[in-house]
Design a protein around this ligand. Structure first.
Ligand code: NAP
Ligand code: COA
Length: 262
């Protein structure tokens, strides 16, 4: 993509929690293409090393669990030591599976809330004194479940709703120095999330029905939203959740056929 000018992020350091696969890896790659120094982190060190090699440009692949404050804080210290004070932080680590509340143990519910919501707290709380301030930009990767409740998704709905309010609260607390925003992707093709949450044709059709633009999203499109939010073009934007979802949260787009050819 050529949406943003070359070297837009030259001289910037970006840390991407959960950046070792899928959407977040796409964001990390785009940041590197635009000149940023990038570190990505996930639990699996081999996967992190592979992701860093894929990103190239001297990217760091680090391992740590966002559920463990000290561990993820240590990872971010390493990133700042090696790459310099951090300008951009993405909190995108997440876990998910389809299960009804009555098919979910307390530990199952807690696990998803712990990765998504507590993990985002840990990443954002833990990075604050490592940031280049003023001017740093933090972005949480949330989801439509935060706003529109969904069966089989009680854990993710609760966790992502919490993330949205955490984003808004931090925007208020850190307003003068640090911008804090979220991106809410829609169903993005060829991702682990889609594989897990839309495993059959009927479920895919239910998701598709809500998409105003009548196509799945692309990893690269979410990456462009992230670039926008951390660029000077968004210098006065904080506390917002940007839906990058083809209109999935707007309403019911299932009868679009009846609006054609009039
Ligand atoms: P993915 O490929 O599974 O990416 C998840 C990333 O988080 C991986 O790098 C994973 O690496 C890491 N991770 C998981 N648990 C972790 C933990 N406890 N500590 C540290 N890292 C951890 O997923 P994706 O589908 O691209 O989704 C990425 C983000 O977009 C998520 O926040 C998701 O909720 C959001 N989203 C996705 C979609 C979609 O259509 N896919 C839609 C809306 C929102 P390890 O396994 O090595 O830890
Ligand atoms: N249905 C119901 N419960 C489930 C489940 C499912 N499909 N999958 C896991 N669980 C439960 C487990 O049984 C366990 O509960 P228990 O101790 O009461 O038995 C609990 O969830 C934790 O599972 P565990 O496998 O120990 O967690 P983990 O920390 O190793 O892994 C997950 C976390 C479960 C979220 C795992 O799927 C993961 O690592 N996901 C990351 C990738 C991902 O989800 N990407 C998509 C992002 S949208």
């Amino acid at each position: 993509m050529t949406t943003f000018r070359d070297n837009l992020l030259a001289g910037k350091t970006a840390f991407v929690a959960g950046g070792t696969s899928g959407i977040n890896l796409g964001i990390a790659k785009r940041f590197a293409e635009l000149g940023a120094k990038v570190a990505v982190a996930g639990r699996d060190p081999d996967k992190a090393a592979r992701a860093a090699a894929e990103i190239g440009a001297g990217a760091l692949g680090l391992s740590g669990d966002v559920r463990d404050y000290d561990a993820i804080r240590g990872v971010m210290e390493t990133a700042a030591d090696r790459l310099g004070a951090i300008d951009i932080v993405i909190s995108g680590a997440a876990g998910n599976f389809l299960a009804p509340v009555l098919g979910m143990s307390a530990n199952a519910f807690r696990t998803v809330v712990d990765i998504d919501l507590n993990g985002t707290f840990n990443v954002f709380r833990g990075c604050h004194d490592l940031l280049n301030k003023p001017g740093a930009s933090l972005i949480a990767i949330t989801a439509g479940q935060a706003v529109n409740a969904m069966t089989l998704q009680a854990h993710a709905c609760a966790a992502k709703a919490g993330i949205n309010q955490l984003v808004r609260t931090l925007a208020l607390e850190w307003g003068p120095d640090v911008r804090v925003n979220g991106i809410s992707p829609g169903p993005i093709a060829d991702t682990e999330g889609m594989k897990r949450l839309a495993p059959d044709a009927a479920t895919r059709e239910a998701h598709y029905a809500r998409i105003a633009m009548k196509r799945w999203g692309k990893v690269e499109e979410v990456a462009e939203s992230a670039v926008f939010l951390c660029s000077p073009a968004a210098a006065y934007i904080t506390g917002t959740i940007l839906d990058c979802d083809g209109g999935s949260q707007v309403g019911d787009a299932s009868r679009i056929d009846q609006t054609r050819g009039l």
